[in-house]
Design a protein around this ligand. Sequence first.
Ligand code: BJW
Length: 252
Amino acid sequence: MDSIAKQIESVAAALSRARSVAVLTGAGISAESGIRTFRDTMEGLWKEFDPQKLATPQAFAADPALVSRWYDSRRQGCRAADPNPGHTSLADIERHLESRGGRFTLLTQNVDGLHQKAGSRNVVELHGSVHVWRCTKTDKEVTPGPEPFQQFPVPSPWGGTLRPGVVWFGEMLPPAAVEAAEDAATTCDLFFSVGTSAVVYPAAGFVAVAHRRGALTVEINRDPTPISSHVTHSIRGKAGEIIPQLVQHAFK
Ligand code: BJW
């Protein structure tokens, strides 16, 4: 296997020539901003709760106060977090691509809003956003202010209850987001999978779509995942360290 330096050189060369780039990100890219990844255990107040059990419509139906309180605590954490060099380097790639008439699509499974905070513009939120909440009665959306909610479950102005605007297991992803992701995966010449365990579908399937269509596929992850042996290059390392090096080599 090539050294990381060689892989970076080779992927940077492809990035410097690419006309259409798609990037799928997961919780790992925000880990260096202090946001716990989904499958790492939670700390403090929430350490005894398994995120995979809380992120379901069944959990919300059984205990809406608990689930809403958990998401509001995450909303506060995301508001306080700053983008790291992984996020800002992806925004740099978008600017470089745009300046030469190329195309860049950032597909994120994250609900934290850090890509937008870093300056990325063409962001597709596959799993929604923790910053937008929705009335269970009317489906109307609200963007709550900075203060934590005072009451749990959170009363909706329309008489129902507010729930976080995220996509839970068993729920459909927003159709427009899936369409945008399929389009980006089928038309890109370079596809990156960054900081995701690649086990949650349909997001985990987009890399295979891109690969079948002939795109060069690149994984950047701290640990191996089920796609590591199927991509063209699997670069083992932290997103906040690898992506800035790619940008530096590709656009120097
Ligand atoms: C670093 C790093 C650093 C750390 N640098 N790396 C096909 C086959 C099998 C099952 C299904 C299928 N199609 C659908 C399903 C069912 C289900 C599913 O996928 N289940 C699997 C678990 C098997 N999918 C769904 O239900 C989806 N809906 C759907 O498909 O609708 C149609 C349908 C309905 C009913 C039946 C069948 C079809 C919805 C999925 C919604 C996922 N929602 C969540 C919660 C969002 C809200 C919230 O945040 O609370 O999304 S679950 C959770 O997982 C969250 C994440 O976005 C998602 C992915 O996690 P991610 O980002 O990969 O994080 P981690 O923590 O897993 O991994 C972090 C990685 O980073 C690790 O690899 C680390 O090593 C790495 N890392 N630090 C680089 N510094």
